[in-house]
Design a protein around this ligand. Sequence first.
Ligand code: BG6
Length: 517
Amino acid sequence: MSLRDLTINPLRIGMRSAKHIEPCIMVIFGATGDLTSRKLLPALYNLALEHPLPPQFTVVGMARRPLSHDDFRKMAFDAITTNSRTQPISPSVWDTFSKGIFYNQGEFHDRAAFERLGQLLDQIDHDRGTLGNRIFYLATQPEFYSDIAAMLSESGAARPPETEAEGKGWSRIVIEKPFGHDLATAQQLNADLSRAFHEDQIYRMDHYLGKETVQNILVFRFGNGIFEPIWNRRYIEHVQITVAESLGLEGRAEYYESAGAIRDILQNHMMQLLTLTAMEPPVNFGAAAVRDEKLKVLGALPPVLREIANDSVRAQYSSGYVGGVKVPAYREEEGVKPDSLTESYVAVKLNIENWRWAGVPFYLRTGKRLAKRVTEIAIKFRRPPYLLFQGTGAGELATDVLSMRIQPDEGITLRFNAKVPGGEMHLRAVNMDFFYGNTFGGTPPEAYERLLLDAMAGDATLFTRIDETLAAWRLVDTIVQAWRDSRSPVALYAPGTWGPEAADQLIERDGHTWRRL
Ligand code: BG6
């Protein structure tokens, strides 16, 4: 999809970015890693292709491997050719883009390497007119985050907020998840970062917030007049949020063993989906107002230790088949301890204790090696107050459901009952569908494109503020502690299914069932 295409479909009008991007340098730590080649470089290239990235924009890679600037350019070209969503690569865009690619070799605790980095950045400011504006992107293992922040500050490569006020350029730091391992480590990491950066300079990534469909939750709720009046306990019976993956560990056992589904997905991506679904309308769409409202939702989730063990299920996949292919059990995966208690699946029932949601359970489930990859938020409405069609042979009345499909088949479906044509009064559930693909055409930008652009523009709305992050950790810590205290067993589920029986029982206890997706 090129810029020209954007002008063809009238529904795509307005999709070009109107954000003002100042000339700047993005320094990527972990420049030879997987995230850089799969996501960051292709996203930057596509921003150069489709958005008005200023011609001065510059990328500096930093990693331990000894590479020349040209080696890194070649590596970037291969990464973009393999992973860009737009193909083929435009020679003229690549030509301009690649002139702004540089490399600085060094260990992440080596002061001299950061001093060299500072000199390179000053030189680029001078040669390419990047005005002292710098984004430091931490795409490394999390154990390096604190060291890098300290080195950036000590070497002077990153500058305090006052520098911006003096008109000498801004510095920002972007941090990938996981932000800590629990509340205590997240607080510690934040304390380390805060010695070098002010909260306004820190951009905590959750790539779910960069997804078009996730942002559309707010547009759907607050950009229309008809849904908000029924978006509450009076009309909604319960909410189900599913983040299902069919993939397994994909070689990430070392990280996943210490994270599990609760830290990998629930603490971050699912909390974003939950807060956007449940929050009150913000007074505006600025970062402070949106984050304030999200935080209030997290504050209304008082984790009750006694109940949460009962209201949550953890499980691991056993060996079996997914799509006809034999897969090993979680405990047999390479790098996983044979007696591991790490969960590859978690389901939990949460109550948001506020005026809007009192008595409306939110059921969350996420896992690996499930039947298919699907992320969905389903709003189940209450039945009509009087069952007019009972006894007419109409059959059981299905409840109305609004489902927001985050991925794949991005879209929104409203399921309601309709009369089957004919002389009898037969009812059947039917769907009203909106599909992004059909309506807007083309492939939507990758989440990383939107988020990188926002970080360059200084718009923190789609990044997580520290109080949100800590509130989510508080919840996760309570659940993990409840599992530990109650010695609740790790259930098993067959790969290619929707999870363990215990998760079905969790929701069936309340008279509901998980949606079949
Ligand atoms: C990442 C998790 O944050 O999100 C992965 O670490 C997971 O385990 C991935 O597979 C899912 O992202 P997406 O965009 O494919 O839903």
